[in-house]
Design a protein around this ligand. Structure first.
Ligand code: PGA
Length: 255
């Protein structure tokens, strides 16, 4: 548990469309020996073609996540994968609503929400991503955008225990321009307050809200100190040894 409160931190590694079997093996070989289980929950999300390999290669206690899943069980949806198929493979986690899905693949709030709803009904655990673009932040619409995206998702959630919310400002993703600890904390608090007012105080206290966007070994410790930052969704740095450093910032130093 994070000594700040009762939420167990969560760190996800989003490999995006990167890597090969050999690279995945390197990543998993670095991860498997690390003793983090008492302090932080960890998931790696490789491209879908490597999910089975990842699942078979990780030790117990290292989770594997898909980067996407469709909102139907089966059928004529060329190129898509369903939560049921992921479960069949033994995959329990899925990232949904990532800004690259929203932007490049034009996923609307409604589509993201329906995918979240279907994945949860299929007993998957969801990392639900929300976050504003640069122009939205600059025109002071951060709260409006983040809450609009969250609200759409919330309609489809009956039980929040299988949801991790990832706040990922789009301007910080893959840009090297990380949010300051205070910027992250401010939005995380807005999200938690919204959960308290609109869902319940318990859900607000129990739900992990993680930050994503240019998280590195050099900035993760400061971000992790923020009261409402419960971990990270890591892109670029999840491909390198830096991922271990990021996880280690949740492990007490005597270990
Ligand atoms: P980044 O990506 O760490 O490379 O900025 C984060 C993400 O997209 O989840």
């Amino acid at each position: 548990m994070d000594p700040k409160h009762n939420r167990k931190p969560f760190v996800g590694g989003n490999l995006k469309m990167n890597g090969s079997r050999a690279m995945l093996k390197e990543i998993i070989d670095r991860l498997n020996p690390l003793k983090f289980d008492d302090y932080v929950e960890v998931a790696i999300a490789p491209p879908s073609i490597f999910l089975d390999l990842a699942h078979r290669s990780v030790r117990k206690g290292v989770n594997v996540a898909a980067q996407n899943a469709f909102n139907c069980t089966k059928g004529a949806y060329t190129g898509e994968v369903s939560p049921e198929q992921l479960k069949d493979l033994g995959i329990d986690w899925v990232i949904l609503g990532h800004s690259e899905r929203r932007e490049i693949f034009k996923e609307s709030d409604e589509l993201v929400a329906s995918k979240v709803g279907h994945a949860l009904k299929s007993n998957m655990k969801v990392i639900a991503c929300i976050g504003e673009k640069l122009e939205e932040r600059e025109s002071e619409k951060t709260e409006e955008v983040v809450i609009r995206q969250l609200q759409a998702i919330a309609v489809k959630v009956d039980d929040w225990k299988n949801v991790v919310i990832a706040y990922e400002p789009v301007w910080a993703i893959g840009t090297g321009k990380v949010a300051t600890p205070q910027q992250a904390q401010d939005v995380h608090l807005i999200i938690r307050d919204w959960l308290a007012k609109n869902i319940s105080e318990k859900v607000a206290q129990d739900t992990r809200i993680i930050y994503g966007g240019s998280v590195k070994g050099t900035n993760s410790a400061e971000l992790a100190k923020q009261f409402d930052v419960d971990g990270f969704l890591v892109g670029g740095a999840s491909l390198t040894e830096d991922f271990i450093k990021i996880i280690e910032c949740f492990i007490p130093s005597e270990n």
